[in-house]
Design a protein. Structure first.
Length: 255
Protein backbone atom coordinates (compact mmCIF):
# COMPACT_ATOMS: atom_id res chain seq x y z
CA UNK A 1 0.00 0.00 0.00
CA UNK A 2 1.02 3.59 -0.37
CA UNK A 3 3.35 4.66 2.36
CA UNK A 4 3.52 8.15 3.81
CA UNK A 5 5.41 9.30 6.85
CA UNK A 6 3.68 12.06 8.81
CA UNK A 7 5.89 14.39 10.80
CA UNK A 8 3.88 17.36 11.90
CA UNK A 9 2.73 19.13 8.76
CA UNK A 10 5.34 17.43 6.54
CA UNK A 11 4.56 14.40 4.41
CA UNK A 12 7.29 12.20 2.95
CA UNK A 13 6.22 10.33 -0.19
CA UNK A 14 7.72 6.95 -1.12
CA UNK A 15 7.97 6.79 -4.95
CA UNK A 16 8.60 3.02 -4.82
CA UNK A 17 5.43 2.14 -2.92
CA UNK A 18 2.60 0.17 -4.50
CA UNK A 19 -0.36 2.44 -5.18
CA UNK A 20 -4.00 1.42 -5.21
CA UNK A 21 -6.34 4.02 -6.70
CA UNK A 22 -9.20 4.20 -9.18
CA UNK A 23 -6.95 4.26 -12.26
CA UNK A 24 -5.00 1.21 -11.10
CA UNK A 25 -8.26 -0.69 -10.57
CA UNK A 26 -9.40 0.41 -14.02
CA UNK A 27 -6.17 -0.83 -15.61
CA UNK A 28 -6.40 -4.06 -13.64
CA UNK A 29 -9.86 -4.75 -15.07
CA UNK A 30 -8.62 -4.07 -18.61
CA UNK A 31 -5.52 -6.23 -18.23
CA UNK A 32 -7.52 -9.04 -16.62
CA UNK A 33 -10.13 -8.97 -19.40
CA UNK A 34 -7.42 -9.00 -22.05
CA UNK A 35 -5.67 -11.88 -20.30
CA UNK A 36 -8.82 -13.99 -20.05
CA UNK A 37 -9.81 -13.39 -23.67
CA UNK A 38 -6.31 -13.96 -25.07
CA UNK A 39 -5.50 -17.08 -23.08
CA UNK A 40 -8.98 -18.57 -22.86
CA UNK A 41 -10.01 -17.94 -26.46
CA UNK A 42 -6.80 -19.26 -27.96
CA UNK A 43 -6.84 -22.25 -25.61
CA UNK A 44 -10.25 -23.17 -27.04
CA UNK A 45 -8.80 -22.93 -30.55
CA UNK A 46 -6.04 -25.35 -29.57
CA UNK A 47 -8.57 -27.77 -28.08
CA UNK A 48 -10.72 -27.72 -31.23
CA UNK A 49 -7.81 -28.26 -33.64
CA UNK A 50 -6.11 -30.95 -31.55
CA UNK A 51 -9.30 -32.62 -30.37
CA UNK A 52 -10.83 -33.31 -33.78
CA UNK A 53 -8.91 -35.21 -36.43
CA UNK A 54 -10.87 -33.58 -39.24
CA UNK A 55 -9.64 -30.15 -38.10
CA UNK A 56 -5.97 -31.04 -38.48
CA UNK A 57 -5.50 -29.35 -41.84
CA UNK A 58 -2.56 -27.31 -43.08
CA UNK A 59 -4.38 -24.00 -42.56
CA UNK A 60 -5.46 -25.02 -39.07
CA UNK A 61 -1.87 -25.95 -38.19
CA UNK A 62 -0.92 -22.34 -38.89
CA UNK A 63 -3.88 -21.16 -36.80
CA UNK A 64 -2.77 -23.50 -34.02
CA UNK A 65 0.73 -22.04 -34.06
CA UNK A 66 -0.71 -18.53 -34.01
CA UNK A 67 -2.91 -19.47 -31.04
CA UNK A 68 0.09 -20.89 -29.17
CA UNK A 69 2.05 -17.68 -29.72
CA UNK A 70 -0.91 -15.60 -28.51
CA UNK A 71 -1.25 -17.76 -25.39
CA UNK A 72 2.45 -17.32 -24.64
CA UNK A 73 2.07 -13.60 -25.23
CA UNK A 74 -0.85 -13.45 -22.81
CA UNK A 75 0.94 -15.46 -20.12
CA UNK A 76 4.23 -13.55 -20.32
CA UNK A 77 3.57 -10.08 -21.70
CA UNK A 78 0.36 -9.11 -19.90
CA UNK A 79 1.18 -9.96 -16.24
CA UNK A 80 4.74 -8.58 -16.25
CA UNK A 81 3.73 -5.47 -18.17
CA UNK A 82 0.91 -4.80 -15.71
CA UNK A 83 3.16 -5.17 -12.66
CA UNK A 84 5.99 -2.91 -13.82
CA UNK A 85 3.85 -0.32 -15.63
CA UNK A 86 0.92 -0.03 -13.22
CA UNK A 87 1.69 -1.45 -9.78
CA UNK A 88 5.34 -0.59 -9.14
CA UNK A 89 7.82 1.68 -10.97
CA UNK A 90 10.72 -0.77 -10.65
CA UNK A 91 11.66 -4.39 -11.43
CA UNK A 92 10.37 -6.44 -8.45
CA UNK A 93 11.42 -9.85 -9.76
CA UNK A 94 14.72 -11.73 -9.74
CA UNK A 95 17.54 -10.35 -11.87
CA UNK A 96 17.71 -13.44 -14.11
CA UNK A 97 14.03 -12.90 -15.02
CA UNK A 98 14.83 -9.62 -16.76
CA UNK A 99 16.57 -11.00 -19.90
CA UNK A 100 14.24 -14.02 -19.91
CA UNK A 101 11.07 -11.92 -19.92
CA UNK A 102 12.29 -9.39 -22.49
CA UNK A 103 13.56 -12.16 -24.78
CA UNK A 104 10.38 -14.25 -24.47
CA UNK A 105 8.20 -11.24 -25.15
CA UNK A 106 10.16 -10.52 -28.33
CA UNK A 107 9.97 -14.18 -29.39
CA UNK A 108 6.18 -14.28 -29.07
CA UNK A 109 5.79 -11.13 -31.18
CA UNK A 110 8.12 -12.48 -33.90
CA UNK A 111 6.33 -15.82 -33.79
CA UNK A 112 2.96 -14.18 -34.45
CA UNK A 113 4.36 -12.01 -37.26
CA UNK A 114 6.19 -14.85 -39.03
CA UNK A 115 3.18 -17.17 -38.72
CA UNK A 116 0.92 -14.58 -40.33
CA UNK A 117 3.45 -14.20 -43.15
CA UNK A 118 3.55 -17.98 -43.71
CA UNK A 119 -0.26 -18.16 -43.74
CA UNK A 120 -0.58 -15.31 -46.23
CA UNK A 121 1.99 -16.83 -48.60
CA UNK A 122 0.23 -20.21 -48.41
CA UNK A 123 -3.14 -18.64 -49.27
CA UNK A 124 -1.52 -16.53 -52.00
CA UNK A 125 -0.08 -19.59 -53.76
CA UNK A 126 -3.29 -21.60 -53.31
CA UNK A 127 -5.51 -18.92 -54.86
CA UNK A 128 -3.29 -17.49 -57.57
CA UNK A 129 -1.84 -20.85 -58.64
CA UNK A 130 -4.65 -23.36 -57.99
CA UNK A 131 -3.11 -26.04 -60.24
CA UNK A 132 0.08 -26.24 -58.20
CA UNK A 133 0.37 -28.99 -55.57
CA UNK A 134 -1.02 -27.89 -52.23
CA UNK A 135 1.16 -27.56 -49.17
CA UNK A 136 1.38 -30.97 -47.51
CA UNK A 137 1.29 -31.56 -43.77
CA UNK A 138 4.99 -32.44 -43.76
CA UNK A 139 5.94 -29.22 -45.56
CA UNK A 140 3.66 -27.22 -43.26
CA UNK A 141 5.44 -28.65 -40.20
CA UNK A 142 8.82 -27.82 -41.75
CA UNK A 143 7.57 -24.28 -42.39
CA UNK A 144 6.48 -23.93 -38.75
CA UNK A 145 9.85 -25.26 -37.55
CA UNK A 146 11.52 -22.56 -39.67
CA UNK A 147 9.18 -19.95 -38.20
CA UNK A 148 10.10 -21.01 -34.65
CA UNK A 149 13.81 -21.06 -35.47
CA UNK A 150 13.70 -17.51 -36.86
CA UNK A 151 11.56 -16.26 -33.97
CA UNK A 152 14.03 -17.71 -31.46
CA UNK A 153 17.16 -16.53 -33.30
CA UNK A 154 16.36 -12.92 -34.24
CA UNK A 155 15.97 -11.48 -30.69
CA UNK A 156 19.01 -13.29 -29.23
CA UNK A 157 20.90 -9.98 -28.74
CA UNK A 158 18.17 -9.04 -26.26
CA UNK A 159 19.35 -11.78 -23.89
CA UNK A 160 22.92 -10.47 -23.93
CA UNK A 161 22.04 -6.81 -23.53
CA UNK A 162 19.27 -6.92 -20.89
CA UNK A 163 20.13 -6.02 -17.29
CA UNK A 164 18.60 -4.88 -14.03
CA UNK A 165 20.18 -1.48 -13.41
CA UNK A 166 19.94 0.18 -10.02
CA UNK A 167 19.46 3.94 -10.13
CA UNK A 168 19.92 4.32 -13.92
CA UNK A 169 18.76 7.96 -13.79
CA UNK A 170 21.18 9.49 -11.33
CA UNK A 171 20.00 13.05 -11.82
CA UNK A 172 16.42 12.21 -10.82
CA UNK A 173 15.51 12.48 -7.15
CA UNK A 174 11.72 12.08 -7.44
CA UNK A 175 11.68 8.71 -9.26
CA UNK A 176 12.04 5.35 -7.58
CA UNK A 177 15.71 4.51 -7.21
CA UNK A 178 15.31 0.74 -7.29
CA UNK A 179 16.39 -1.48 -10.17
CA UNK A 180 14.88 -1.24 -13.65
CA UNK A 181 14.90 -3.95 -16.32
CA UNK A 182 16.38 -2.35 -19.42
CA UNK A 183 17.83 -3.44 -22.75
CA UNK A 184 21.00 -1.41 -23.24
CA UNK A 185 23.64 -1.45 -25.98
CA UNK A 186 26.62 0.76 -25.15
CA UNK A 187 27.51 1.63 -28.74
CA UNK A 188 25.04 4.22 -30.06
CA UNK A 189 25.37 3.18 -33.71
CA UNK A 190 24.90 -0.49 -32.90
CA UNK A 191 21.87 0.34 -30.76
CA UNK A 192 20.27 2.33 -33.57
CA UNK A 193 21.04 -0.33 -36.19
CA UNK A 194 19.65 -3.09 -33.98
CA UNK A 195 16.50 -1.11 -33.20
CA UNK A 196 15.87 -0.38 -36.88
CA UNK A 197 16.53 -4.01 -37.83
CA UNK A 198 14.10 -5.25 -35.17
CA UNK A 199 11.47 -2.76 -36.31
CA UNK A 200 11.83 -3.80 -39.95
CA UNK A 201 11.84 -7.55 -39.32
CA UNK A 202 9.09 -7.38 -36.72
CA UNK A 203 6.75 -4.90 -38.37
CA UNK A 204 7.57 -3.40 -41.77
CA UNK A 205 8.57 -6.58 -43.64
CA UNK A 206 5.57 -8.64 -42.44
CA UNK A 207 3.28 -5.68 -43.14
CA UNK A 208 4.62 -5.38 -46.69
CA UNK A 209 4.21 -9.12 -47.34
CA UNK A 210 0.67 -9.19 -45.92
CA UNK A 211 -0.34 -6.08 -47.87
CA UNK A 212 0.99 -7.49 -51.15
CA UNK A 213 -0.43 -11.00 -50.79
CA UNK A 214 -3.89 -10.04 -49.58
CA UNK A 215 -4.15 -7.20 -52.11
CA UNK A 216 -3.45 -9.67 -54.90
CA UNK A 217 -5.88 -12.19 -53.40
CA UNK A 218 -8.60 -9.54 -53.13
CA UNK A 219 -7.99 -8.43 -56.71
CA UNK A 220 -8.29 -12.00 -58.01
CA UNK A 221 -11.41 -12.80 -55.97
CA UNK A 222 -13.40 -9.58 -56.23
CA UNK A 223 -12.24 -7.80 -59.39
CA UNK A 224 -10.59 -10.08 -61.93
CA UNK A 225 -12.70 -12.74 -63.60
CA UNK A 226 -11.13 -16.14 -63.53
CA UNK A 227 -11.10 -18.20 -66.77
CA UNK A 228 -13.69 -20.63 -65.40
CA UNK A 229 -16.02 -17.79 -64.44
CA UNK A 230 -15.68 -16.19 -67.89
CA UNK A 231 -16.48 -19.47 -69.65
CA UNK A 232 -19.49 -20.04 -67.40
CA UNK A 233 -20.91 -16.62 -68.22
CA UNK A 234 -20.22 -17.18 -71.94
CA UNK A 235 -22.11 -20.50 -71.84
CA UNK A 236 -25.02 -18.82 -70.07
CA UNK A 237 -25.19 -16.13 -72.78
CA UNK A 238 -25.12 -18.78 -75.54
CA UNK A 239 -27.85 -20.82 -73.85
CA UNK A 240 -29.96 -17.68 -73.41
CA UNK A 241 -29.54 -16.85 -77.12
CA UNK A 242 -30.60 -20.37 -78.10
CA UNK A 243 -33.74 -20.09 -76.00
CA UNK A 244 -34.62 -16.78 -77.61
CA UNK A 245 -34.11 -18.29 -81.11
CA UNK A 246 -36.29 -21.28 -80.22
CA UNK A 247 -39.10 -19.07 -78.94
CA UNK A 248 -38.86 -16.90 -82.04
CA UNK A 249 -39.06 -19.99 -84.31
CA UNK A 250 -42.14 -21.31 -82.48
CA UNK A 251 -43.92 -17.97 -82.82
CA UNK A 252 -42.97 -17.42 -86.50
CA UNK A 253 -46.01 -17.94 -88.78
CA UNK A 254 -45.81 -20.84 -91.28
CA UNK A 255 -47.25 -20.52 -94.79
Amino acid sequence: MEETNIQGDNFSFDPCAIRFDFMNVFWFVLYATLFIVAVGGNFLVCCVVLGQKSMRTVTNFFLLNLAISDIAKGLICIPFTFVINVLVPYWPFADFMCPFVLYTQAVTVFLSAFTLVAMSVDRYVAILYPLRPKLTTKKAILTLITVWALALAVPLPTVVNSYVLVNPYKNSTEDCQKGLCLELIDNLVQRQVYSMAIMCIQYFVPLAVLTFTFSRIGYIIWIKRTPGEAERRRDERIASSKRKVSKHSMCFPYH
